[in-house]
Each structure stands twice: as C-alpha cells, then as structure tokens.
Design a protein around this ligand. Structure first.
Ligand SMILES: Nc1ncnc2c1ncn2[C@@H]1O[C@H](COP(=O)(O)OP(=O)(O)OP(=O)(O)O)[C@@H](O)[C@H]1O
Ligand SMILES: CC(C)(CO)[C@@H](O)C(=O)NCCC(=O)O
Ligand SMILES: [K+]
Length: 259
C-alpha cells in the first residue's frame, strides 16, 4: 500500500481537481487533472490515502470519507487553521475562511521558501477570485470578489439591455458595443484588483512575490503584461493549482513526521 501515491482532492464551487503525490517528491511538480464525484471511487482504488480540501457542503466530505472507508485507506480533510507552518491567519475566526484559501496561502509559503522573498500575495482566480497578503509570515487579510465569468453573468442578469457574447479577450481596450463593454468591464475589474493588490503590498514591503492560479490566471497575466501602467505588478508567478500544492505540502509534512 505504501508504494501507492496519495490522492490530493480539491473540491471547488464549480469543479473538482486532483493530483497524485508520492513522498518525498517535490511538491511544486504536481500534474493536475479534472474529475467528477462519480469517478473518485475508482481513483481511491489506486491511492495509499486521501487528502481533501473542500469548500462545498459537509455531505460531500462525508461521501468521500465513506469511499475511503470502503477502500480501507486513511482519509484526511484539511481545515483552515489559526497558525500552520509558522503562518498566522488574520481571521479572528479562522474556521470561517475557505479551506481552499488557506491551502493557497500555505502553497505561497512553500513556494516562497525556495526563493528569496518572505513576503507574498496569493491570488486564486476561479469561480470567485480571492487575494491574500502575507508579510513576514503573517497573513494580513484578503479579498473575495466575483470571478471573470461570474462578474459578466452578474451584470447581464441584473440589467435589461446588457448582453454578453462570451468573447474571451486578454487585452484591455475601450469597448464600443455592448458585449465588448461587458467583456472589457470584467477584465478591467479583475486586472484592477491585481494592480490594487500590488499597490497595497508596496505600502507594507518593498519586495514580494505574487503567485496566481485558477482558470482566469493566464488571461489576467497577459492583460497586465500588455498594459502600460502595470509597473506596480512585478514578479508574477503562474501556478496551475495552488490549492493542490498546499495540500501536497501538508501531506508531505505528515509523511515526513511518520517516516
Ligand atoms: N474551459 C473553461 N471552463 C470553465 N471556465 C473557464 C474555462 N476556461 C477559462 N475559464 C475561466 O475560469 C474561471 C473558473 O476558474 P477555475 O476553473 O479555476 O474555477 P473552478 O474550478 O470552477 O473554481 P472553484 O475551484 O472555485 O470551483 C471562470 O471564471 C472562467 O472565466
Ligand atoms: C471564497 C471562496 C468561494 C473561494 O473559493 C471560498 O474560499 C469560500 O467559500 N470561502 C468562505 C468565506 C471566506 O473565505 O471568508
Ligand atoms: K474558487
């Protein structure tokens, strides 16, 4: 059983992603796959154990736990902590913070340890976009906002004459008809969030790293790269899935302890 890898599961609001982790592999080298609830049982048959990060209902976690019981393998679910790996959480009630955000913060810390910077911003541009700030091992707080797709849907659904044709653009320009104005408006909101994040971080520290992942990460990076006024945002690192890297870090630590 021990020659089998750990199954790392990220259950988000709209999709499920997973990766295999074999101790003591490098945690930054994960290959990411998408799956569905129906396919998890088959994955567990090949796993030594399972690590879950979920932001959906408790029933789903109980379902995965039961599948692990059936496969006779250990089940672990990560929860947001007040302090973990020397990083302290700014929430007065850490349990209120989505476990995915905490994994993303721990992933930022793990990736940062390989470089020089101790300060970092982590952004997860998924269904919702979240942004969290860590300076000298202290999480200072963060933001939650609609993701690109949700922002576009929101403005269309709450107005009469605004419509969207779903164009995917990665250059910020000024729209001259309704659907382009919608596509550009959402892009301006989200890339503006990145710029504000960098501006605010500079008031805390002169050097920091920025890690960004999620379905909209690439579009946001190329939008900023093509903008003229992006000097605040430097050192942007794209990572396919920070949640799973955070989970790998915890799985790694747990196995190192029991080694
Ligand atoms: N093929 C695609 N399908 C769905 N969303 C996509 C696709 N390509 C890019 N996106 C963008 O990705 C965003 C969703 O990101 P991602 O796939 O990381 O989220 P998710 O897995 O649904 O999020 P969560 O983890 O919160 O459930 C949407 O805002 C959308 O604009
Ligand atoms: C913000 C999301 C939806 C991002 O996936 C998730 O982290 C979540 O449900 N969070 C709970 C609220 C909070 O983090 O404060
Ligand atoms: K998300």
């Amino acid at each position: 059983m021990l020659d089998r890898p750990s199954l790392l599961l990220d259950i988000g609001n709209s999709s499920i992603k997973y990766a295999w982790y074999t101790f003591p592999e490098e945690i930054a080298d994960l290959r990411i796959f998408r799956t569905s609830l129906d396919s998890i049982e088959a994955l567990l048959e090949q796993a030594a154990n399972c690590w879950l990060c979920s932001v959906v209902n408790e029933e789903t976690s109980l379902f995965i736990a039961a599948l692990c019981g059936k496969a006779k393998i250990p089940f672990h679910q990560t929860r947001t902590q007040a302090v973990q790996f020397d990083i302290s959480n700014a929430y007065a009630q850490p349990q209120n913070m989505g476990a995915d955000r905490w994994m993303v913060i721990l992933a930022g810390a793990a990736l940062r340890d390989r470089g020089e910077q101790t300060n970092f911003i982590v952004i997860d541009a998924g269904t919702a976009i979240t942004c969290d700030f860590v300076v000298a091992n202290k999480h200072l707080g963060g933001w939650i906002a609609p993701g690109l797709s949700m922002a576009r849907t929101a403005v269309v659904s709450q107005t009469k004459r605004v419509f969207d044709q779903g164009q995917l653009l990665d250059t910020l320009t000024l729209g001259n008809d309704t659907p382009i104005c919608v596509a550009q408006g959402a892009l301006a909101q989200l890339s503006g969030m990145l710029l504000q994040a960098c501006n605010i971080m500079q008031s805390y520290c002169s050097k920091y790293e920025l890690y960004i992942s999620g379905g909209d990460a690439r579009v946001l990076i190329s939008t900023l790269a093509k903008s003229e006024n992006n000097s605040a945002c430097v050192n942007i690192n794209y990572v396919e899935n920070l949640v799973l890297i955070g989970l790998a870090k915890i799985a790694h630590q747990n196995m190192a302890k029991n080694d």
